[in-house]
Design a protein around this ligand. Structure first.
Ligand SMILES: *Cc1c(COP(=O)(O)O)cnc(C)c1O
Length: 385
């Protein structure tokens, strides 16, 4: 699909920028205006008004995101969840059914299992590594399949090629949440997915200072989503657009560094006697290591690990001096969480246990600090256990 000849780090800087620099400004200025003087618009969606996502700051981001992901068009949204819920509500109607992976981001899982049914949209949750079971869950009303590139917090990778084949053969729309990989490590549209969604809060912005989201893909699918967004109102504020635009310029540099540091920290932890298990697709011990090697340019900065003594996990977090105990990922600073007490606290312990999320599991999202300093931080904290 991608026709321009540049590498992603070049597109991140130059793709989609305005043709003529405004007042010579090298950086696109921030257009903090809610409305724009214009002649009569041909439709409501064409009016130049901030909620309709068509300020210069929005338009440049849409073109840049489409270019770096190899898509035809894109739309930015007020958060990752706005991107996900708006896309699903635009493409599904009452009576429709979808198949979704069984270990989704918590907000998406709750939206699909608790909110969407009230609107007549039903969902079956299916394992990402067993596409044969998808066939059994298929219904005449199935319209769409939904997966994530890597699951949280165990970094499971679905059988992505089989998912695309399954969807194409049955003419189902395929959507992938590519937040954990970013377009630097995996470009799903080039592998046959119809739409890619992101929490741009994470790697795309990369500085933990805004929430944002986006949907990228074929124009004929983006158009109804952008329209739906006009009515649901999940517009990204222009200042957040400006920050996302700035953050994206260094995406490739940051993610490549985070790939290398994630790999190094995973290897360090796997070799440590106080650590029972490490989940990172870059490790040969990971169940989908071969698939990740084949499909991804890198495995990103998120990994999780279990301690031999799980009861020591809460104390460990307090003994880290560089890594901050906070949710989210993809920023320049390293963040750690204990999923049993944060993202998965709402589940019963037995349910967590079945999913492989023990009380001692710790998730790390590496930033861009020096890998040796981070390993030393973990070494120190583990030593005093
Ligand atoms: C954070 C996240 C989301 C939600 O994004 P927000 O920007 O917080 O709304 C969705 N999917 C994944 C994989 C995420 O990590």
């Amino acid at each position: 699909m991608k026709t321009d000849p540049h590498q992603i780090q070049t597109d991140l800087i130059h793709a989609g920028e305005v043709e003529e620099r405004i007042e010579g400004a090298v950086v696109l200025p921030l257009f903090q205006s809610a409305t724009y003087a214009s002649d009569e618009a041909s439709s409501y969606d064409e009016i130049r008004y901030l909620r309709l996502n068509n300020s210069p700051n929005h338009r440049v981001l849409h073109r840049k995101l489409a270019a770096v992901a190899g898509g035809e068009d894109a739309v930015v949204t007020a958060s990752g969840m706005a991107a996900i819920s708006t896309a699903l509500l635009a493409l599904l109607k009452s009576g429709d059914h979808l198949l979704a992976q069984d270990c989704l981001y918590g907000g998406t899982h709750t939206f699909l299992t608790e909110q969407a049914p009230d609107l007549g949209i039903t969902c079956d949750l299916v394992p990402g590594d067993d596409i044969a079971s998808w066939e059994q869950a298929l219904r005449p009303t199935t319209r769409l399949v939904y997966v994530e590139t890597m699951s949280n917090p165990l970094l499971g990778v679905p059988d992505l090629e089989a998912v695309v084949r399954f969807a194409r053969e049955r003419q189902l729309i395929s959507i992938i949440d590519n937040t954990f990989a970013s377009p630097v490590n995996y470009r799903p549209l080039e592998h046959g997915f119809d739409l890619e969604v992101h929490s741009a809060t994470k790697y795309l912005n990369g500085h933990s200072d805004i929430v944002a989201g986006c949907v990228i893909g074929q124009r004929e699918l983006i158009r109804p989503i952008a329209r739906q967004l006009n009515y649901l109102g999940g517009t990204l504020d222009p200042h957040a657009c400006f920050l996302l635009h700035r953050g994206m310029k260094t995406l490739a540099l940051r993610v490549r560094e985070q790939n290398a540091t994630g790999q190094r920290l995973a290897e360090f932890l796997e070799a440590h006697p106080a650590v029972d298990r490490v989940d990172y697709p870059g490790l040969p011990s990971h169940p989908q290591h071969d698939l990740a090697e084949r499909l991804f340019a890198g495995c990103g900065g998120v990994l999780s690990f279990d301690l031999v003594a799980p009861e020591a996990a809460p104390g460990l977090l307090g003994r880290l001096s560089l890594a901050v105990s906070a949710p989210s990922l993809g920023g320049v600073e390293t963040l750690v969480t204990r999923p049993a007490a944060t993202s998965h606290a709402g589940l019963e312990p037995e349910e967590r246990g079945r999913m492989g999320i023990g009380d001692g599991l710790i998730r790390v999202a590496v930033g861009i600090e020096a890998a040796e300093d981070l390993c030393a931080d973990f070494e120190g904290a583990l030593q005093s256990l």
